[in-house]
Design a protein around this ligand. Structure first.
Ligand code: 6GU
Length: 235
């Protein structure tokens, strides 16, 4: 998968060189390119923002550098590329959406700052690629950089080969519509706290059923909104 990121803070994305995604990058499973939006400005101050038409607080990103960035990054054969505009006003980013995006050939993340990007940019790019405004959740970040990073990590780890053992992707939180059960490792007793007996029983059916109960109980307690309807009123 190819991923392009356009930002005024390319240095934010240094973390993409470490850990799992760093390895995926070195192994060419992910072809990641970070671009400085200011490279597409032409004035001495490398200006990317201006005051909003209609008034109001804050600054809006001017369309010209973004237009040139997309001219440079999107060719005639990129109509299938997905341009992601991280925004608190977008559709909600979820595990199913991450799974869908993990199948794409090419993603372009356009990181807005200030009060957002001039709305004509999305309109214009929509003629050349598929545009999605996506939000991480109901709170406000200062810009799209941290949000893009979160999305790239969630999507990238679902690209085949990035996570060494694909089975570890199956049982985790949100994949079954439930939060994940608690996990334990050695030692068997730590600071007086014991690993639940059933996990040491070797009884795989009992272990599976204990884990499922724990997942249902945890989901009911902290995220009742996620509980599948058939489990909503079981005790
Ligand atoms: Cl994607 N961007 C910004 N700036 N704030 C957010 C967000 C995105 N998702 C939640 N808050």
């Amino acid at each position: 998968m190819r991923i392009d990121i356009v930002t005024i803070f390319p240095e934010f994305f240094g973390v993409l060189d470490v850990s799992l995604l760093g390895r995926a990058r070195r192994e060419s499973l992910l072809d990641l390119h970070v671009h400085d939006l200011r490279d597409w400005t032409h004035d001495r101050h490398r200006t990317v923002d201006d005051t909003p038409y209609g008034g109001g607080a804050g600054m809006v990103m001017r369309p010209e550098p973004w237009g040139e960035a997309f001219d440079a990054l999107l060719g005639d054969d990129d109509a299938d590329a997905v341009v992601v505009l991280p925004s608190p006003a977008g559709v909600r980013f979820t595990q199913p959406l991450a799974r869908e995006l993990a199948h794409e050939r090419r993603l372009v993340f356009a990181c807005g700052r200030y009060e957002g990007i001039d709305a004509r940019v999305a309109q214009h790019v929509a003629g050349r690629a598929r545009v999605m405004e996506i939000s991480l959740g109901d709170y406000v970040l200062n810009g799209g950089e941290v949000a893009s990073m979160a999305m790239i990590e969630a999507i990238g780890r679902l690209v085949p080969g990035v996570v060494g053992n694909p089975e570890s992707l199956v049982e985790e939180s949100h994949e079954a519509g439930l939060l994940e059960h608690p996990s334990y490792t050695k030692p068997q007793v730590w600071r007086g706290l014991e690993v639940p007996e059933v996990l040491r029983s070797g009884n795989h059916a009992a272990i599976a059923s204990w884990r499922r109960e724990q997942a249902v109980e945890r989901t009911r307690r902290v995220r009742p909104d996620l509980l599948p309807p058939d489990l909503a009123d079981t005790v």
